[in-house]
Write a protein of this length. Structure first.
Length: 404
């Protein structure tokens, strides 16, 4: 009930009207039995879950302005349309109350300040455990791509890029608790709360988890909603083949100069998903896994099919392509791979150093095929990597493939 602390004095004044006025406004209905269960509230800067028992005891958890409270015990009483809540931390409430049975109730004062709590029939703490890849959003920028792994021990891992803060994470750990449909975390910039909607088998690709919350953009709190697709927590690669369908680029920073990759010029400061997408579609890029220790990726360049058949080491969702075992000129590539529930899509997430190694390897192979580079010339090979490394300060890249 932290929200009401700011207007406690006004509330006392609002409740100080005459007994005749009280009687004319109050409805003689006993809602005590209707309050048992979990109720959640979400608004700008404030979120709370109330778990109310049949005996009138209540436990509160929530977040307000970046601060979290958990397991605050109290009691709740309802008389007609008056509600009284008393908590151990002395952050109490007494005021007007309205209810739609089994759906929602509101508490408010005469000035119009109001909190509305919706009934939460299901606790989602078990349903949301798993790995989720960013799927779609009307408010999150298109270039964002991240993976949210929710573990059953109260920890979550975030891998990806958040444009509002410019933060890039690889397996960033968060502590969390779920109460009803509220997901409370220690957050990236203080405590945060999001409201969850879980839809099993929402699409042909599997389950969808929608997360709605309010986030600060430095000047005000903005409501955001994003959906996530459930993906496999362990990779099932043997016998699978995938062809390229989409690219997501974020956090692209570097020198304002052109760099050549396989006959195409790119400027990292102007690089976006559209240009790279056209480039990869032109290459007819595809990958195959004959077993769990080998990857074959191939593409067309100047009418010639270039194929890499390289060993891989799989550690959870991190895959290392050991290109250096093929040729000393190449460098190994680390990336995170994720499959959807039925294996029909594959996501590859690539941080900056992997981007540099990956595309420098491809450029070296193309120059060797054209006779422009001697792969045994260590200085010339090193120059390809140095040119790429010098031009790129940061970039996060995600490829999406569909099964073939």
């Amino acid at each position: 009930m932290k929200f009401f602390r700011m207007w406690a004095i006004a509330l006392v004044a609002a409740l100080g009207f005459s007994s005749c006025e009280q009687e004319s406004n109050w409805i003689d209905v006993d809602y005590s039995n209707d309050l048992e269960g979990t109720w959640t509230c979400m608004k700008d800067g404030y979120a709370e879950a109330l778990v109310i028992s049949a005996d009138g005891s209540v436990v509160s958890a929530g977040v307000e302005d970046g601060e979290m409270w958990l397991g605050v015990k109290g009691t709740i009483k309802v008389a007609n349309n008056k509600m009284t809540m008393t908590f151990n931390d002395e952050d109490n409430f007494e005021g007007r109350f309205e209810m739609i049975g089994g759906m929602a109730f509101s508490i408010f004062n005469k000035e119009g300040d109001r909190l509305t709590y919706k009934y939460c029939a299901n606790d989602l703490s078990e349903e949301i455990v798993g790995m989720w890849v960013f799927n779609n959003s009307a408010t999150v920028k298109k270039e964002e791509m991240f993976i949210h792994t929710i573990e059953e021990n109260g920890t979550a891992l975030l891998t990806g890029f958040v444009s509002e803060t410019g933060d890039y994470f690889v397996q960033r750990k968060l502590d969390y608790i779920v109460v009803g449909d509220l997901y409370l975390t220690d957050g990236l910039n203080g405590a945060e709360a999001t409201q969850l909607t879980y839809t099993p088998n929402a699409t042909d690709l599997g389950d969808i988890l929608t997360m709605r919350g309010f986030y600060s953009n430095g000047e005000e709190n903005v409501e955001k909603s994003a959906s996530f697709l459930r993906v496999k927590q362990s990779l099932d690669l043997p016998g699978k083949g995938y062809e390229y369908i989409a690219t997501y680029v974020s956090n692209a920073k570097g020198k304002d100069v052109d760099i050549s990759m396989m006959g195409h010029n790119f400027n990292i400061t102007k690089l976006d998903g559209n240009k790279l997408d056209k480039f990869l579609r032109y290459l007819l890029f595809a990958v195959q896994f004959s077993d769990d220790s080998t990857i074959k990726y191939q593409y067309q360049y100047n009418g010639t099919s270039i194929v890499f058949d390289a060993p891989v080491v799989v550690r959870g969702n991190m895959v290392t392509i050991q290109m250096s075992t093929l040729e000393a000129a190449y460098r190994d590539i680390d990336m995170y791979m994720f499959q959807d529930a039925d294996g029909s899509q594959l996501h590859m997430f690539m941080p900056t150093y992997s981007f540099i190694n990956y595309f420098a390897n491809m450029d070296i192979a193309a120059q060797v095929a054209e006779g422009k580079l001697d792969k045994n010339d260590a200085d010339a090979v090193a120059a390809v990597f140095e040119r790429m490394d010098d031009a790129v300060d940061s970039i996060n890249l995600s490829f999406v493939f569909k099964a073939i």
